[in-house]
Ligand binder design. Structure first.
Ligand code: ADP
Ligand code: MG
Length: 334
């Protein structure tokens, strides 16, 4: 288990992490999402001891990271591997030698290395590339090699810092599927740092949103989607729908069950109200389809509609424009 308590970190005058509190259970796939400069990479680097933190505590399976001495840190990092946006492979060495490199550093014997390299190549799907040099591989294949190398010491935790950000959408999807398989089949805890909400949706069970060094939200991804907190809406601003002046808008959350699939027709039939559709979307969250519809109702109908939705057990939100002051501040920062 990873327990982060009241962590603070500054670079000189610049406060980069403020009062971070976070708990990640073994076997989870946990997302850290936020805009560029929010402090995601710094937090990840504190976690594996590449950076120190000024105060607070980071415990990985009971070990306080900043109390580790050099040999302790070296051992610790065997258990906590990392992959990046750019795949720092050694260009003169073959794929095989790249994957074998950490095991050679730890003086594993030849046979052990050979069987482990082949096993890893199988897991990540590059068995036919072992004799090649990295420069002839595609971005996705290079990331697979980097993942195999990261797994070579049988880590308990894999940290991924924007590992799909340089890849096209199709390759991104295949790498995310691989990460999910690694989590499920090998039981490795994965922490995914990304600025892309789509990565969180596809892959993560739980997520925290970082805004300027502070954690503003944490929780299960599907629950946060259904409850639509402002901080999440602000982060996903491009998806936001402008308010419709002709009436009042409700956002109705769709969970894919029969009840939510038939709600619109029942609403119209049983309440005899009409509405217009202002926007909507349905997206995949790991194994679930979740969606929302923004509907405009006449103001005089709104309280009846809300009562009906409550009675039907449908999650809904009054769809109000986000606080414009906060938005301008966000835009000025971007
Ligand atoms: P993210 O990964 O969310 O984009 P980072 O953790 O890389 O954010 O950076 C957070 C802030 O800390 C940024 O303002 C960045 O410029 C600053 N920063 C990161 N690393 C250093 C460093 N080594 N020295 C000084 N400032 C840094
Ligand atoms: Mg970063």
């Amino acid at each position: 288990m990873i327990e982060i308590t009241a962590v603070q970190k500054s670079f000189g005058e610049l406060k980069v992490l403020e009062d971070i509190n976070l708990r990640i259970e073994d076997g989870d796939i946990y997302g850290l999402v936020g805009k560029s400069g929010a402090g995601k990479s710094t937090l990840l680097r504190c976690l594996n001891g590449l950076e120190t933190y000024d105060s607070g505590s980071i415990r990985v399976n009971g070990t306080e990271v900043k109390e580790l001495d050099k040999p302790g840190l070296r051992l610790f990092r065997k258990d906590i591997a990392m992959i990046f946006q750019h795949f720092p492979l050694m260009s003169r060495k073959t794929v095989y030698d790249n994957i074998a490199f950490p095991m050679r550093c730890w003086k594993y014997d030849k046979q052990q290395i050979d069987s482990r390299v082949r096993e890893l190549a199988e897991i990540v799907g590059i068995t036919d590339k072992l004799k090649m040099k990295p420069n002839v591989l595609s971005g996705g294949q290079k990331q697979r090699v980097a993942i195999a190398r990261a797994l070579s010491m049988k880590p308990q935790v894999l940290l991924s810092d924007e590992s799909t950000s340089a890849l096209d959408p199709g390759t991104t999807a295949s790498i995310l599927r691989l990460l999910r398989r690694i989590n499920e089949e090998l039981g490795i805890t994965i922490i995914v740092v990304t600025h892309q909400m789509s990565v969180i949706r596809e892959l993560c069970r739980n997520v925290s949103l970082l805004e300027k060094g502070r954690l503003v939200l944490s929780g299960p991804v599907n629950e946060l989607f259904l409850s639509q907190p402002d901080a999440l809406r602000r982060f996903m601003l491009e998806d936001d729908i402008p308010p419709d002046p002709r009436g009042e808008e409700l956002q109705i959350m769709l969970t894919g069950d029969d009840n939510s699939q038939t709600i619109l027709s029942r609403l119209a039939r049983e309440l005899q109200v009409s509405y217009s559709v202002a926007g909507g979307k349905i997206e995949r969250y790991r194994d679930q389809q979740l969606g929302s519809l923004v509907l405009t109702f006449a103001s005089e109908d709104i309280s009846r509609v809300c009562a009906y939705l409550d009675a039907q057990g449908i999650v809904w939100h009054r769809y109000l424009p986000l606080d414009s002051g906060k938005l301008q501040e966000e835009e000025a920062d971007a």
